[in-house]
Design a protein around this ligand. Structure first.
Ligand code: AMP
Length: 279
């Protein structure tokens, strides 16, 4: 596996493959890799000839400096995992490499930018799309893989691809969960033993919404799910909502297309998100 730190070296390495019309895939990550990330790599391997995994903790998408500071960075462990799954290239640039000079980034991501995560983490999706565009420019991928775990992120990246009319295919991959249902996340390592137990209410409330979507009214679904979460100690709910997956606006009718339940909550000191497709 190639370990590359600069855009120039990455472009040089990939050029040979691109000259031969080989298909290049990109899997952007912030590291602290787990089985969720590896599922993206495996999916990429099935659809491309060369798989590049980037590991970059992008400062511009963090709204809380403490969150950025404590973000886990187990690089040796990450490299070992990527080698084991047969990833071809890991791109691990410095902050200076990705942001050599201060820059303004403000693109139109549509009204959904300001909903849900966008409301709680102001400017988050400008930062996300800023770094993903830079990674696309560095790799020039045919296809890029993202997790449905970050549902709104997939939508925002789709909008960014449309905004610039980029020739990149975007693939959204299913959420990988622990055996008991907790969605895998790099932030789960911050959960204490009791947080870890309490955090299960997120996936449980989503499963409740999915299992009862046909039988219960939207009002009942939402109120019961919210009550379940609010009754769990150590969990502070930011939102539990059922939206149209294209607009992220709450649905008024269960027959609306692409319904999805999304939840975000602070469990102890750790903020977690999760979602479930209901259609
Ligand atoms: P992150 O390192 O958290 O920025 O995540 C990198 C990519 O992995 C994103 O596209 C995430 O949506 C995806 N991802 C994170 N957790 C999971 C999971 N549990 N299952 C599937 N994909 C995931």
């Amino acid at each position: 596996m190639e370990i590359i730190h600069t855009i120039k070296a990455l472009k040089t390495f990939l050029q040979t493959f691109q000259n031969e019309k080989k298909k290049v895939a990109l899997v952007p990550t912030m590291g602290a890799l787990h089985k969720g990330h590896l599922s993206l790599i495996k999916m990429a391997q099935q659809q491309a000839d060369v798989v590049v995994c980037s590991i970059f903790v992008n400062p511009t998408q963090f709204t809380d400096p403490k969150d950025l500071e404590k973000y886990p960075r187990p690089l040796v462990h990450d490299i070992k995992l990527l080698k084991k799954v047969g990833c071809n290239v890991v791109f691990m640039p410095s902050v200076k490499e990705m942001y050599p000079a201060p820059e303004n980034w403000q693109i139109n991501l549509g009204p959904a930018e300001f909903l849900l995560e966008g409301e709680f983490r102001k400017g988050h999706y400008q930062g996300v799309t800023q770094i993903v565009k830079k990674l696309f420019d560095a790799v020039n991928p045919d296809v890029a893989f993202f997790g449905q775990k970050d549902f709104q992120q997939v939508l925002m990246i789709k909008n960014m691809i449309n905004h610039f009319n980029l020739p990149v295919k975007l693939v959204s991959c299913a959420i990988i969960r622990e055996e008991d249902g907790l969605a895998m996340s790099s932030r789960n390592i911050h959960l204490s033993t009791s947080d870890r137990k309490n955090a299960l209410i997120l996936s449980k409330s989503l499963a409740f919404a999915k299992d009862n979507f046909k039988q219960l009214s939207l009002t009942e679904l939402l109120s019961q799910a919210v009550t379940m979460i609010k009754n769990t100690p150590g969990v502070v709910l930011d939102y539990f909502t059922i939206v149209n997956g294209d607009t992220l606006l709450p649905i008024a009718d269960k027959n609306e297309k692409n319904p999805v339940a999304l939840v975000a909550a602070k469990v102890g000191e750790t903020r977690l998100i999760d979602n479930e497709l209901l259609g």
